[in-house]
Write a protein that binds this ligand. Structure first.
Ligand SMILES: *[C@@H]1O[C@H](CO)[C@@H](O)[C@H](O)[C@H]1NC(C)=O
Ligand SMILES: *[C@@H]1O[C@H](CO)[C@@H](O)[C@H](O)[C@H]1NC(C)=O
Length: 380
């Protein structure tokens, strides 16, 4: 037949065999290359994946299986741009994610799932979680209270709008009694007997828990707030950039603490923040919280140390004179000490105050000495 045959058009049996072998060899080579690349199996990470519905680990694995570690690395990095993601691949070990910029202890978690801060906002037990919070108060007010002072506290709380979360630390164990007040049902109650506001603050006001609040009021129970307007106060504090502040004290205030402090034989000036109605900015509190020693329950000496957290302290620590309160000087918690060795309970408390103060000062002096020596011997 006159049809010209070109070799390319017709495959002879011998060529067919060669092609088959070549194809197989290619597939096999591809397979070898594929397996030789380190692949990351995210499902090997020991995480209960049901806890992390927002990160689809299976999807990541499917999408990227067979890709190089480097590509996977960047895929993971894109989960959160500012995080450094390190992926260690070691055949004898399970593949690990380790993200040093995560909070301590959470380095193995995908950054996108980490919620390092919380709040006191109340959630419902039903409905859409996203619709739980209709209002997010921007300020936190805490009072350390005994039930005897209920009318005083009721009057004080009513000075704070819905923009404030109210938190009560009960040192007398009475909590449900407060429910006669409407606001009590929305308040956060912490009941631990016979502790002081610094004890509570250290344990229940961790900076990561109170992070959403611009300002944190840590107040005593015996303050007269007739002439006080909380929103106005906040405005003034913001305008003057005060990191630590307190309302002015009425001249008639019983200033027990100061009177006792003054009796000490030294020349230290009592700085203006008397530590009974203090208001901290979020950043100031983050520092002060760290400085509160676990055994410093009465807080004497703390007012001197506060300025170490603020720079420059003479500009950012202050009294807001335009908003003032009355310190009624009801030493209710002071009366809750134990009578020891024939002394009245308040004497024991006062001695303890002095002891703590001395310890705190000594500790601070020693710590600073060690710190500056270290800096000098090892300049940066
Ligand atoms: C792999 O992990 C094993 C066990 O932890 C370790 O002994 C080995 O040195 C690692 N190899 C590499 C290349 O990192
Ligand atoms: C609560 O805060 C908002 C926003 O700052 C403000 O507009 C409002 O007046 C505040 N509420 C009260 C009762 O002051």
């Amino acid at each position: 037949m006159g049809v010209p045959l070109r070799s390319g058009n017709v495959i002879k049996p011998s060529e067919m065999t060669r092609l088959t072998i070549t194809t197989f060899a290619g597939v096999f080579l591809g397979f070898l290359i594929g397996v030789s690349f380190p692949t990351l199996s995210l499902t090997k990470i020991n995480l209960p994946s049901s806890l992390f519905p927002s990160v689809d680990l299976t999807y990541i694995e499917d999408k990227h299986s067979g890709l190089s570690t480097r590509k996977l690395f960047s895929a993971l990095s894109s989960l959160k741009d500012d995080k450094v993601v390190m992926v260690a691949s070691n055949k004898s070990e399970k593949t690990k994610i380790w993200i040093p910029t995560n909070p301590r202890g959470a380095e193995r978690l995908p950054p996108g799932i980490i919620t390092s801060e919380s709040y006191f906002y109340l959630h419902r037990l039903w409905g859409q979680p996203s619709e739980d919070l209709t209002i997010k108060p921007k300020y936190l007010v805490t009072f350390t209270v005994g039930y005897n002072q209920k009318s005083n506290i009721d009057a004080a709380v009513k000075k704070f709008s819905e923009n404030f979360t109210i938190m009560l630390f009960h040192y007398d164990g009475l909590t449900t009694e407060w429910d006669e007040f409407e606001w009590s049902k929305r308040a956060i109650h912490v009941s631990v007997q016979k502790q002081t506001k610094w004890w509570y603050a250290k344990r229940f006001l961790h900076p990561d828990i109170v992070a959403p609040y611009d300002y944190i009021f840590i107040w005593d129970e015996d303050l007269g707030v007739e002439n006080f307007d909380a929103e106005e106060y906040i405005k003034l504090v913001r305008r003057h950039g005060l990191e630590i502040s307190q309302p002015g004290l009425d001249a008639n205030s019983a200033s027990l603490t100061w009177a006792m402090t003054r009796k000490r034989d030294n020349t230290e000036v009592h700085i203006f923040v008397e530590i009974m109605a203090t208001v901290f900015s979020r950043d100031a509190w983050r520092c002060v919280w760290h400085m509160i020693q676990n055994d410093l329950v009465h807080g004497w000496g703390l007012d001197f140390a506060l300025r170490k957290c603020i720079e420059p302290s003479h500009e950012k620590i202050g009294v807001v004179d335009a908003q003032w309160i009355v310190h009624q000087g009801v030493p209710s918690l002071g009366n809750q000490g134990q009578p020891v060795g024939g002394k009245a309970s308040w004497q024991g408390v006062r001695e303890r105050c002095r002891k703590e103060w001395t310890m705190f000062q000594d500790r601070m002096t020693a710590a600073e000495k060690a710190y500056y020596e270290a800096v000098e011997s090892n300049p940066f």
